[in-house]
Design a protein around this ligand. Structure first.
Ligand code: PGA
Length: 276
């Protein structure tokens, strides 16, 4: 099947799903998240990277910038630089509040370290066996303790029948079923197609991102209601770099970015902030 036919089929599936027009969420401050994953190897290097970021003039940059270093370094940033232009986030949180949990870090402990955000359900954690129900429990614990949650969702592959849309819908329904609306302002959705993360395929096309953005909004409206569903910011992650960041934000109409590799190089990261 030609690329053109594939695109037409997918568009048809999306059009069938949309029964009424979905309006764009009100523009807010964008959220730019640096996911350092298991980098760097030493705290010293991490602090050096941050020192470079700190020197840049951020006055003109209105976006909220969240740095997510490995947990083992987190306190060295979150306590020392609280109240700065930068916010700090964890890359995961425990599913339990039970203190008899060797090796775990609770939402309350993060909060006490002045950590404000947490990434939950990243595909690299799901690859280790994290299910939608575990992700849902983690989110509940985190928001109840006052953390802002960046919930990662995303399909592993794209198919011409649009099954990936059902996959995204299922993730959202299973994870957000029972989510208490009173915590809605603590919730961000990061659309991160698994195939676009890391080296290899490259980022999603911006018009495909725009379609997915609308689709996610539509599902959220179905789960909550129109007003609440449209209030949840949707950001994008997966191979964001200096070349594509502006296009993804402008044409994809997302409200922020979750950046992996490109956030490890401070000059590249700063350049992305300036470009968008
Ligand atoms: P990448 O990672 O930017 O290196 O693709 C993104 C992510 O995994 O959050």
């Amino acid at each position: 099947m030609s690329k053109k036919v594939v695109k037409k089929t997918i568009r048809k599936v999306i059009n069938n799903i949309f029964k009424k027009k979905v309006v764009k969420a009100k523009a807010k401050t964008r959220l730019i998240v640096a996911n350092w994953k298991m980098n760097p190897v030493t705290l010293k290097e991490g602090l050096k990277t941050f020192a470079i970021l700190k020197r840049i003039d951020l006055k003109k940059i209105k976006d909220t910038i969240v740095i997510c270093p490995p947990d083992i370094y987190l306190a060295d940033f979150s306590l020392k630089y609280k109240g700065s232009k930068f916010k700090f986030g964890a890359q995961d949180v425990s599913v339990t509040n039970n203190p008899e949990s060797t090796g775990e870090i609770s939402a309350e402990q993060l909060k006490n370290l002045k950590v404000e955000y947490v990434i939950i359900g990243h595909s690299e954690r799901r690859a280790l066996g994290e299910s939608n129900s575990v992700v849902a429990k983690k989110i509940r614990n985190a928001v109840e303790k006052g953390l802002k949650v960046i919930l990662c969702i995303g399909e592993e592959t794209r198919d011409i029948n649009g099954d990936y849309l059902r996959f995204i819908e299922k993730q959202l329904l299973e994870i957000l079923d029972g989510f208490n609306k009173k915590y809605i302002s603590n919730l961000y959705i990061a659309y991160e197609p698994v195939w676009a993360i890391g080296r290899g395929h490259g980022a999603v096309e911006s018009h495909d991102l725009h379609q997915m953005n609308l689709f996610i909004k539509k599902v959220l409206v179905g789960i909550f209601d129109r007003k609440i569903g449209l209030s949840v910011p949707i950001i994008y992650g997966g191979s964001v770099d200096e070349e594509n960041a502006k296009q993804l934000i402008d044409s994809g109409e997302v409200e922020g970015l979750l950046i992996g590799r490109a956030s490890l190089n401070p000059s590249v990261f700063v350049n992305i902030l300036k470009l968008i």
